[in-house]
Design a protein around this ligand. Sequence first.
Ligand SMILES: NC(=O)c1ccc[n+]([C@@H]2O[C@H](COP(=O)([O-])OP(=O)(O)OC[C@H]3O[C@@H](n4cnc5c(N)ncnc54)[C@H](OP(=O)(O)O)[C@@H]3O)[C@@H](O)[C@H]2O)c1
Length: 318
Amino acid sequence: MKAVVYEKYGFPDILELKELPRPEPGSDQVLIKVLAASVNKADWHLLTGDPFPVRLMAGLTKPKNKVLGADVVGVVERIGSNVTQFKIGDEVYGDLSGTGFGAFAEYALTNENQLAQKPSNLTYEQTAALPMAAITALQGLRDKGKIREDDEVLINGASGGVGGFAIQVAKAFGAQVTAVCSTDKMCAASEQGADLVIDYKRVDFIKGDKQYDLVFDVIGNHGISDLSKILKPKGRYVTCAFSMSLALLGPWYKVRQGKQFINLMASNSSSDLKTIARLAEEGCITPRIQRVYTLDDVPEALQYMANGGMEGKLVVTI
Ligand SMILES: NC(=O)c1ccc[n+]([C@@H]2O[C@H](COP(=O)([O-])OP(=O)(O)OC[C@H]3O[C@@H](n4cnc5c(N)ncnc54)[C@H](OP(=O)(O)O)[C@@H]3O)[C@@H](O)[C@H]2O)c1
C-alpha cells in the first residue's frame, strides 16, 4: 500500500510517499480502506518531535510509528475475530491518535472502540474533518465546561479547526456564543452560528466589562488573573492549549473565587463519535473545509497548517 512515511523527526520535506506492506488486523482490530483523512496540530507535533515531551511517548530519538494521520474515514476491509460492532463494507470514521496514527496511507488499523459509523449526510471529505477537532470541542464544552442552555460562552480562536466546531457545538447546547477571531474570518464565525464576533486584531476581549459563564480557549494567550475577571461567579474556563500556570494556580482560584480553570486533554471514544455523527445528521454541525489535498501533497498540507491563519480543516483524499 502507499503511505506517507517518516523515519526521523524533522519538517515536511522529510516525508516520503512509499510502498509499505498492507497491515493485517489483530483479533480486536479493524482494517480500514482509507478514503479521506485530515490534518491536525498533533501531526505536526509528532513530525517535529516538538515540544520535547511528545518524544517520551512517540520515541525518544526517532518516531516509533512511521505514518502520521489521526482523523480517518473509510470502509471496513477486514476485521479481527473479536470485533463485533462492525462488518466488512461498513463506512466508518474515527481518530487513530490513541492507536498509533497512520491515516495518511491507503489502509489503516485501529481498535473498534475508536470508530463509529460515518454520518449518513456528509461526504467522505466532510467526515474526515470531524473526529479530533469536533471531539475536542464537545469534550471541552460539555464534559469540562458543563455547558448549559442560555450560558454566555466565549470561544477564543473560533476560526480554526477546533474553534469552528466549538461555535456549532455550543449553539447546539442552546448557548449564547461570542466568537473571537481575526478580521477576515468574522463572517465565517457568524455563518457557523456565533451571536457576536470580536475581532482580536482590534479589540482585546479581556479588557471589556463583559463576563461569561464559560470561556473555551483554543489559543491560551491570556494570564489567569485577567481571565478570572471575565468569568462570572462560578464561571468555567477550559483551554486545549495546555497551560502550566493554570495547572498550578487553578486550584487556588477555585478555592478563593469559586471559578474553575481547566486544562483539557481530549481523547477519542466511540460514544463521542456517535454523538458528533448525530449532531451532523441533525444539521447542528457542518464541517468547514479550507483545502483538499492528495496523499502526495501531505507535506504541503502540514506546512500550510503550520504557517497559521487556518479557516476550517485541511482534508486529504486517498
Ligand atoms: N488539548 C487537546 O486535547 C487538543 C486537541 C486538539 C487540538 N489542540 C490544540 O488546540 C489548538 C488549536 O487547534 P486547531 O486545530 O483549532 O488549530 P488551527 O486550525 O490552526 O486554528 C487556530 C485558529 O486560531 C486563530 N488565531 C491565531 N491567533 C489568534 C488569537 N490571538 N486570537 C484568536 N484567534 C487566533 C487562527 O487564525 P488567525 O491566525 O487568522 O487569527 C486559526 O484560525 C492547537 O494548539 C492544538 O494543538 C489540543
